[in-house]
Unconditional design. Structure first.
Lengths: 198, 469
């Protein structure tokens, strides 16, 4: 897995609650058998007009957010379907960290399986970042996983919680499956007991 | 110490609890479908890893398959076809059982697991599908996972899990005629909101749960994820065991009795404590209809569509504003005045034989309104065959319903079954998200009885007033 350590980037604001995975990547694009090729279809229904032209009213289409690698969203971000295609699409669109007051559980797990960091901050901190990102152009924050902080050059200094195991996996870019396979003996002996019972 | 059912199942499945790491939990049953698995099988191939327990892994094709008479042919959409063919190839290479379109056991993965008897109390069950929570109706710990986790389970038959918190949702009282399991869970989500259950495993208790059929219990557990909780459980009891007895993969004879004795032990201890509690009175419960674009935006059938200013929280106000605009609704409209164009009776929420029977009682001897196109996609091929044996297909067809093949179909519209922009649908499915059933389509979530009655009248009606033969 790709590492996540520290990221300074322009912030793109998506000020909506309950952004669901059907919006992040609509079903007609889930048919691919690869992990790639989803980025251009992210937020498809909001991002494009009928004729495939970029919708000028969709905020992420504005030039000032074009190079953002950090997304700030509303509460319950990533609700709905378990499709990992959602973080794959966001990552390909350029986002490596997402800041919100809360995330849906499966989406949050899926992000961390892909070197992406979901950051939970308080409502006032998210509101501050959202307002600053909406106001000007070029507003940046730094997300630092080691110190578990989000900072900007206007005095923001927010800290966030992260599971220590997931933190380490992201910092080191560890392969979850490989690590669990090192518990092969424990799995073997569990299975022996289980087979005896059933 | 007194334990909840969740804690008992959890403890029975801990393989390892390494210091500073989430527990490694053993998975008893891994369900697989075509959409969320190809990248997982491919990753195994690239890392030279094997499927550890193909015997505990079951797959079917449900999301992409057509439900019309082209079913036996190749899927027309080349990308969808490739996805289905990829699952066929992956199953063949790894020895995983596949219930393909030509099998009677084919169907929506959360319908066929219980129907075939794979789903059993006390199990841990996962699938790359958020509605895996359905299987909790049997007292199993069942939840949806992403594709990376599918890969993890294929390779190790385990999953890394931080232990969730527990919530009890207690449904007191008795449901009135015409009020269903769907209304129970829609009302709960309406009260909790779509994130109210985040971080929790829910256990459903109370008299109204005990009196529910297994189909009703599956409907309740199915939509647990719509409240943000990944898993919902119900203690197995005689209703569970009677429903299971004789199914293909359920233990037989003495083994069944032994298993039942063990399964009875799973129920939460009387003085077990939960981290949270929600109580709902079913005596007063009415049929529910969703009006917005998430499953927490629901109203009683006798209510009116709310206005944005009815909400206190600013995020709820802007959500309601967006939702009303998308849904083409005005605050203050009576729910019963909302006219519909389409009816979809189907999905892992409400397409079991019991659901089809309930809808048929409403439809019998009546005609679908001339302005409505109504379709039924049974939850599995076996369900369809059983319904035909009971003559339900004739009732539906005579009324003007289309009687189709099984699959996820218009619940998410990955196959050709979708709403046209602006079309309004009474749907027995689980999500009313923007574009879920087709770009610009407008979904109202209801019970099978409410969907059937809406098909007849062309608008929502209070099914409690309905005369049933």
């Amino acid at each position: 897995m790709e590492k996540f350590t520290k990221l300074t980037s322009i912030v793109a604001p998506l000020d909506r609650a309950n952004v669901d995975t059907d919006q992040i990547i609509p079903k007609q694009f889930l048919k691919r058998i690869e992990r790639t090729g989803f980025g251009e279809f992210a937020f498809f229904d909001w991002r494009y007009l009928e004729d495939g032209v970029l919708n000028p009213d969709f905020i992420l289409n504005q030039d000032r957010y074009r190079n953002a690698n950090i997304l700030v969203g509303g509460r319950n971000f990533g609700s709905g379907s378990s499709r990992e295609h959602a973080p794959w699409a966001l990552k390909e669109m350029g986002f490596q960290a997402i800041i919100a007051t809360s995330f849906a559980d499966i989406f949050r797990n899926n992000c961390m399986q892909n070197g992406m960091l979901p950051v939970i901050l308080s409502e006032s901190e998210v509101d501050t970042i959202m307002a600053r990102a909406l106001r000007g152009s070029g507003y940046k924050v730094t997300v630092d996983l080691e110190s578990q902080t989000v900072t900007d050059d206007q005095g923001l200094n927010a800290s966030f919680d992260v599971d220590p195991f997931r933190k380490n996996s992201l910092l080191e870019g560890l392969d979850d499956v490989g690590l669990s396979m090192s518990f092969g003996e424990a799995i073997d002996s569990f299975e022996e007991k289980r087979t005896a019972r059933w | 110490m007194a334990k909840t059912m969740f804690e008992k199942i959890w403890e029975q499945h801990v393989v390892a609890e390494p210091e500073g790491q989430p527990a490694l939990i053993y998975i008893d049953l891994h369900l697989v479908h075509e959409v969320t698995s190809p990248q997982a099988f491919e990753a195994l191939r690239l890392t030279n890893r094997k499927v550890r327990r193909p015997d505990l892994t079951i797959s079917t094709v449900d999301h992409n398959v057509p439900t019309d008479d082209t079913r036996a042919e190749e899927i027309k959409d080349p990308i969808a076809r490739k996805q289905v063919e990829t699952l066929r190839r992956n199953c063949k290479e790894t020895g995983v059982t596949l219930y393909d379109v030509d099998s009677a056991a084919q169907g929506i993965v959360h319908v066929i697991g219980p129907e075939q008897g794979y789903t059993q109390p006390g199990m841990t069950i996962v699938c790359g599908d958020s509605h895996t929570s359905t299987h909790g109706a049997f007292g199993s710990l069942a939840f949806g996972i992403g594709t990376s986790e599918v890969e993890h389970v294929l390779a190790t038959q385990t999953l890394r899990q931080a232990k969730p918190k527990t919530m009890e949702i207690r449904f007191n009282g008795d449901l009135k005629q015409g009020v269903t399991a769907k209304d129970m869970i829609l009302s709960a989500i309406g009260k909790m909101g779509t994130a109210g259950g985040t971080g929790y495993v829910v256990e459903y208790t109370g008299d109204a749960i005990k009196k529910l059929s297994m189909a009703g219990r599956m409907t309740v557990c199915n939509m647990t994820i719509e409240a943000g909780a990944r898993a919902g459980l119900i203690a197995p009891d005689d209703t569970t065991f009677d429903w299971m007895r004789g199914r293909k993969f359920v233990p037989k004879g003495e083994d069944f009795d032994t298993a039942v004795a063990e399964w009875r032990e799973l129920a939460s201890d009387e003085d077990a404590e939960y981290d949270a509690l929600l109580e709902i009175d079913c005596d007063e419960l009415e049929p529910h209809v969703s009006w917005g674009t998430n499953p927490g935006q629901v109203a009683r059938v006798t209510d009116r569509v709310p206005s944005p200013e009815d909400f206190d929280d600013s995020a709820d106000v802007s959500s309601a504003k967006r939702a009303l605009e998308y849904m083409g609704l005005t605050g203050g409209t009576a729910i019963e005045d909302i006219e519909i164009d389409r009816v979809f009776i189907g999905s892992c929420t409400n397409a079991r034989i019991e659901d089809l029977r309930a809808a048929s009682h409403i439809v019998k001897g009546r005609k679908v309104a001339s302005t409505v196109r109504a379709q039924i996609m049974p939850g599995s091929t076996l369900t369809k065959m059983l319904a035909e044996k009971e003559g339900l297909d004739k009732i539906f067809k005579e009324a003007g319903f289309e009687w189709r093949e099984s699959g996820c179909s218009m619940c998410l519209g990955m196959n050709p079954d979708i709403l046209e922009p602006g079309e309004r649908c009474a749907s027995t499915s689980n999500r009313n998200f923007e574009g879920r059933q087709g770009k610009g389509g407008r979904t109202h979530l209801v019970s099978p009885e409410m969907a059937a009655a809406a098909a007849i009248e062309g608008h929502f009606v209070d099914v409690r007033d309905w005369e049933i033969e």
